[in-house]
Design a protein around this ligand. Structure first.
Ligand code: GAR
Length: 213
């Protein structure tokens, strides 16, 4: 039985890294037994890189463009993660689709956070603002955040935890995104805290929906 879950956080592009920050803060406050051992970014200017270094967490830049094929890039990812004995890979603003090869190597060991209530408003092209625009456009009265395991399809793997927020008539994608993001920051560390790894098996302790109503 492992006491501390060793996390490897993946980010892509020049994202803000606020979910990584929430995880780092929860770890620093001792609210989760998880520990971020490495952050891997596709881009040197990602907010997550600076945030990791401020917390004395190793940050690596691995640029997929430097590799002949996506599989080569992902093999490098796996090697770096394994070298650091990572138990669980957390996608935090990582928008690239992972190949079946990578998913298989880390089966049930990759988490993602998505800014909507899956299985609605997920899939290819559903990221960042596109999600909130689609939610408002649909007339849905609730949205939220979902932490789920990653499988071969976009936003499709088993759901670990969800949090719900209301959608108001005068919401814009920005106001809705801010309300959802607040929940994301609570949800991701909470999800990691509930996972329990035995050998290669991941178990979820007391998982129940997190609904503010
Ligand atoms: C978060 O809102 C996350 O849910 C979203 O990207 C943002 C990253 O923000 N992810 C997706 O849309 C994945 N499909 P952050 O860089 O501040 O953590």
């Amino acid at each position: 039985m492992n006491d501390s879950i060793r996390l490897g956080v993946l980010v892509s592009g020049r994202g803000r890294g606020t979910n990584l920050q929430a995880i780092l803060d929860a770890c620093a406050r001792g609210e989760t037994k998880a520990q971020v051992v490495v952050v891997i970014s596709t881009h040197p200017e990602a907010g997550a890189v600076e945030r990791a270094r401020r917390h004395n967490v190793e940050a690596l830049i691995i640029d997929p463009k430097q590799f002949a094929a996506p599989e080569d890039y992902e093999r490098e990812l796996t090697q770096r993660l394994r070298e650091r004995q990572v138990d669980l890979v957390c996608l935090a603003g990582y928008m690239r689709k992972l190949s079946p090869l990578f998913v298989d190597a880390w089966r049930n060991r990759i988490l993602n956070i998505h800014p909507a209530l899956l299985p609605a408003f997920g899939g290819q092209g559903m990221y960042g603002h596109h999600v909130h625009e689609a939610v408002i456009e649909s007339g849905a009265k609730f949205s939220g955040a979902t932490v789920h395991f990653v499988d071969e399809e976009y936003d499709h793997g088993p759901i670990v935890l969800q949090a719900v927020v209301p959608v108001f008539d005068d919401d814009t994608p920005d106001t809705l995104a801010a309300r959802v993001l607040e929940q994301e920051h609570k949800l991701y560390p909470q999800a990691e805290g509930r996972l329990h790894i035995e050998g290669r098996r991941v178990k979820i302790k007391g998982a129940s929906p997190n609904c503010p109503h």
